[in-house]
Design a binder for this molecule. Sequence first.
Ligand SMILES: *[C@@H]1O[C@H](CO)[C@@H](O)[C@H](O)[C@H]1NC(C)=O
Ligand SMILES: *[C@@H]1O[C@H](CO)[C@@H](O)[C@H](O)[C@H]1NC(C)=O
Length: 613
Amino acid sequence: MEAPKLLLLFLLIRCDLFIGKSLGDGVTPQEAKELRDEVREMFYHAFNGYMDHAFPRDELRPLSCGGEDTLGGYALTLIDSLDTLALLGDKERFTASVEWIGKNLRFDINKTVSIFETTIRVLGGLISAHLIASDHNTGMRIPSYDDELLHLAEDLARRMLPAFDTPTGIPFGSVNLLHGVDEHESKITSTAGGGTLTLEFGILSRLTNDPIFEQVAKNAVRGLWARRSKINLVGAHIDVFSGDWTQKDAGIGTSIDSFYEYLLKAYLLFGDEEYLFIFQEAYKAAMKYLFNDPWYVEVNMNSAALVWPLFNSLQAFWPGLQVLAGDIEPAIRTHAAFFSVWRRYGFTPEGFNLATLSVQQGQKSYPLRPELIESTYWLYKATRDPRYLDAGRDMLASLQYGARCTCGYCHISDVEFHKQEDHMESFFLAETVKYLWLLFDLAAGPDNLVENGPYKYIFSTEGHLLPATPQISLVREHCSYFGAYCRNSNLRLKTHSHESAETNSSGSQTRPADSSFLSRSSYQSSSPVSGLKGLCPGLTHGQRFGISFMTPVDPSSEDEQSSQRETTEIQSHSVVLISNPNPEVSLSGSHNDHENDPAHAPQEESPSSKQRR
Ligand SMILES: *[C@@H]1O[C@H](CO)[C@@H](O)[C@H](O)[C@H]1NC(C)=O
Ligand SMILES: *[C@@H]1O[C@H](CO)[C@@H](O)[C@H](O)[C@H]1NC(C)=O
């Protein structure tokens, strides 16, 4: 790994030059407003293009102004755009869209679809929109709304359940929505494919009172983690029957990325410490074996031997995840390195070879991905360093000059020649535009659901807003895991009026006597913490608010026996400690002691990343 390291140094120097230059012309609050409004216009250019030319097909063909079905043929881009509409405050279009979907969408269709894509785009889109439309606290409640989207989500998730019927618990990659798993379906799936379902499925269990969804998703994570290597790395592809890894390259990008993301976020949203422990071990190993400061490489999961010295554009979500975990220093360096690649080409290519410092053959495209923008938003939020606004302005300019086309925004098929291609993935509106808008709105003095709303929000890997409502956040497990005592053992979780309507849906009568997370033994209705009603009184502030602060790992204390020492390590130095939420994201108004310490991270969530898009 020496050779690439030297060359990387060279690249880094160049990127420092770029940054030095852009620091000079900072973005003023007024300019941030203008940029935010430009992003809004960008959204409508693409959204209206989709509605006029592609709807109800899945995605827009922005050059030829037509539509194409890319997933299930069910208005994918509209579903993926719902919470962006709400975030932008467009009540009229949000309402009309939710109503159309409630009336017209059906999943009893003979289509074989990806479990991963369907979960993050469709299930996540429906759930986030449901939680906005059904809740007056969001300011976007739809009076006529009667849980149509929740019922659709539940129906869809049930149609995916047959995929989880495997010896390992890791689901097949695809399922037919009408017939279950196809006879000749591949038994090979990616780590991200099996490990990126916990948020959507977990929320669905809490909203429907049926534990099955959460159980299968958690079981899949356990199935993957149980097959980790001795050095706590996971591979890229696995056989869901034998549990053998068929592709042993460990990395943080393609095929694995959001596995890491959902471990941390599932902990943050549900307070389930099992996910935190796995994340801590997985994160430590990633930083030890994959981090080649400031880049990340792919190594063999068993031997840690270098396989690919390659920047992969999906890796760009990682600095954002590190912000959530509180590990800001390496995030800053890595973001700067990744952004230097963007600056060099105007976009990030799917692959950039760190040994030759050139675009990787066959990986020249930029399909409008959000990851670098997403990390830029998180780093700006954590540091308020104006360099991130400059970076955002650069990326916006690239999209406007390079990707804007007749009816929307076009993929770039080759970042060296900026050739446009006739596709616009639905995640452009779900994520890319959303994070850009959030970045500039934050700089302008935010007024939106995420920054000023009634709940702490976790972003799914598709950028969907998942609120930590009392019903969703795991009140009881917080209490039991943290050893806090909680009384009121037979109190039901009090839900907001309209959210309780679905407690009678299928499964509720037959659910197991103690379906762990659903027996809300610990609910404390009198808690003064307004944002998260129901927190148990015995928790410290940090415990209540989830996250988490990491200090840089002290290399001298790292060794191979980490697994045996996990508990003490957690407390002594490395990875996530339970402390210090960032004041502006703590929803309750109760502030913490470190609010002005930039080294401490904000505690909610967000990154996203797409395994194999
Ligand atoms: C489902 O679709 C497949 C492939 O498109 C087709 O062969 C099959 O006959 C269809 N089944 C039904 C019940 O429509
Ligand atoms: C709940 O389900 C039971 C049994 O299916 C049914 O009899 C009852 O009417 C339902 N209650 C509500 C409020 O829907």
